[in-house]
Design a protein around this ligand. Structure first.
Ligand code: FES
Length: 349
């Protein structure tokens, strides 16, 4: 996972300022992550002069933490401005407060939750900004919801990797049949990257309600769910579980995007994690269009490596292993090269 570019929206309100602080805290956990701060003005946002001032204040606050930052000011509705910019700038995480920004503030979560349900370009962290102390520490207790589907398993992997980076314990929750749940949870925990301590829970009832309830009981500070609905909830609108959890959880909520880019989305001379026939691969595309496909599983403890465009390497966020474009290990603790993968479908790019 290894977030490198974290985009956060602010309108200068106290709740948005808390979201900026949460983004800063997370960026510090992922050493070297850049914080991109966005302020929308006009139609749905603040006026232009205020936007400039809001961005100046936020930029100084982030820089004071020793982090690299960029600011963006755009006219338009805050929710669309953030998601469009995230797409264009290649952000891998959007951070927003759980109270909408600008005119959207009258709706809890604004339109962001809907964007999440219908395809934000990256993961979205919804920061619980309405009550209690604000976050200045990394996450320590993480609740991950899963139904055992491939997409939920992918979301769980992201949750485990985040737990590894922040040294958190994990409560893994399955809602549904106890026998199936026991198998799903055992498998998910056994395949987890890293070495986070895991407590498993099989629950009955409404998935979103149970997850929210457990987060409260466990005094968790983060819930992780995938951006697709759970199996038991397919009769509802796709994405209703993450939206419901985001609305009701007493914690921050990470909605993990589980469907990625394809090889055709990679520009020549760049690498990235892509979906190939349902598999996630680490692919580098050379200037001549030829590609190198690797398993993204770090050879140390199985976290997912991510592309570092500045150094043209594959870096692991968990304990700092680094690999060359062709998967050769450059820096440990990993001792073996990334595995080569066959491409089932040749690239057309
Ligand atoms: Fe430890 Fe990658 S899992 S460095």
């Amino acid at each position: 996972m290894g977030y490198r570019s974290i985009m956060v929206g602010t309108d200068g309100s106290e709740t948005a300022t808390r979201a900026v602080r949460a983004a800063t805290t997370l960026a510090k956990s992922f050493m070297g992550a850049q914080v991109q701060i966005v302020c929308a003005h006009g139609a749905g946002g603040v006026d232009e002069e205020v936007a400039k001032e809001v961005l100046r204040y936020a930029r100084e606050a982030v820089r004071a933490q020793g982090l690299e930052t960029r600011t963006h000011m755009r006219a338009g509705d805050p929710d669309s401005v953030i998601t469009e910019l995230a797409e264009r700038q290649g952000a891998d995480l959007i951070v927003v407060g759980n109270v909408g920004m600008g005119k959207a503030r009258r709706f809890k979560l604004g339109g962001i939750a809907e964007q999440v349900a219908h395809g934000a370009p990256c993961d979205v962290l919804i920061v619980h900004t309405t009550e209690g102390d604000e976050r200045t520490e990394p996450y320590r207790r993480v609740v991950i919801g899963t139904d055992g589907s491939a997409t939920a398993t992918e979301a769980a992997r992201k949750g485990f990797e985040l737990a590894e980076v922040t040294d958190a314990t994990v409560t893994l929750v399955y809602v549904g049949d106890p026998l199936i749940g026991a198998i799903v949870l055992e498998q998910t925990a056994a395949d987890r990257p890293g070495s986070a301590t895991v407590n498993s829970r099989v629950e009955d009832g409404d998935p979103a309600e149970r997850i929210v309830e457990i987060a409260g009981k466990d005094a968790a500070d983060l819930v992780v769910v995938g951006n697709k609905g759970f199996a038991g909830a397919r009769r509802y609108l796709l994405g209703s579980i993450p939206v419901k959890v985001a609305h009701e959880s007493p914690t921050d909520v990470l909605v993990a995007k589980t469907v990625g880019r394809s090889i055709d989305d990679l520009a020549p001379g760049h690498g990235g994690l892509v979906d190939v026939g349902g598999r996630k691969l680490a692919v580098y595309k050379a200037e001549d269009g030829s590609v190198v496909a690797l398993s993204p599983r770090c050879q140390h403890m199985g976290c997912t490596v991510d592309w570092n465009d500045a150094d043209q390497t594959w870096d692991c966020p968990c304990h700092g292993s680094r690999y060359a474009r062709d998967g050769e290990v450059i820096k440990g603790p990993a001792k073996k090269n990334l595995d080569r993968e066959e491409l089932v479908e040749p690239s057309v790019g």
